[in-house]
Design a protein. Sequence first.
Length: 316
Amino acid sequence: MTKRIGILMDPIERIKVKKDTSLAMMLAAQKRGWQLDYFEREDLSMRDGQPTATISTVKVFDDEDHWFEMAEASEQSLTDLDCILMRLDPPFNMNYVFATYYLQKAADSGVLVLNNPTALRDINEKMYTAWFPQCCPPTLITCRNEQLRQFHKEHGDIIVKPLDGMGGASIFRLRENDPNVSVVLETMTDFGKTQIMAQRYIPEITEGDKRILVVDGKPVSHALARMPAAGETRGNLAAGGTGVAVPLTDRDREIVAQIGPELQKREVLFAGIDVIGDWVTEINVTSPTCARELDEQCGLDIGSMFMDAIEKRLGE
């Protein structure tokens, strides 16, 4: 019997074909003969406790000029699907949380939802690093400007960032004697009302902000080192960084050995751990990317690795 794989994602017509990890997953599922059922957040509904969506069966192609064909949509129960991939991009706001409730209802009825909706709500990609302090640089999470100023005074050179952003948005580097410290902290914390993260600056950023992809608790063989553009502190591809595949180091594998099993327990089967130098800066679970770049540079098929993990879980 053909497996039905639902994929909840942002509009497919807007994706970048050569970079989109969701497309890599869909191509891998389609290669196995699985049916792809596509829907967006606005397509979700709930009636009398039954989660539904306006679903379209879709075919996908690895072609920048023609990457999908979509059948006519119809209202269907999420519980008719075998598996649902949650691939909505941040920001992680209440609309995102509401989407996870629909998926939670489907999961409670026996549908395999990845990543697990409860885990998506519980694992903030910045704050979850606090569960692994031994893997992280000195880090402070607070909304109190006096604590942030003291942290800056202690370390001299720090990075501050919001807890709910993506793609390098609103990340600031504050050096020693920086005249903008007060205004940056006041703005980011909304004068002490919004929690933010501060981390000691890691100079190895010049060697890249590595994205280590973790599939069912195990690391992919290579990481994508996102090299900052000239004059930039951020390595994020969305901020102009360039992605270069690099083999995992012993330290990288040590980090994954500590974090991977915990993600696996929470049914986070596809994650991205961000590492600068020897230190973890974020643990991405919402819609990690970089699979396409690693596939192209290293001859990998990360989408198929993920489908193997899904097939194993469905078999169980």
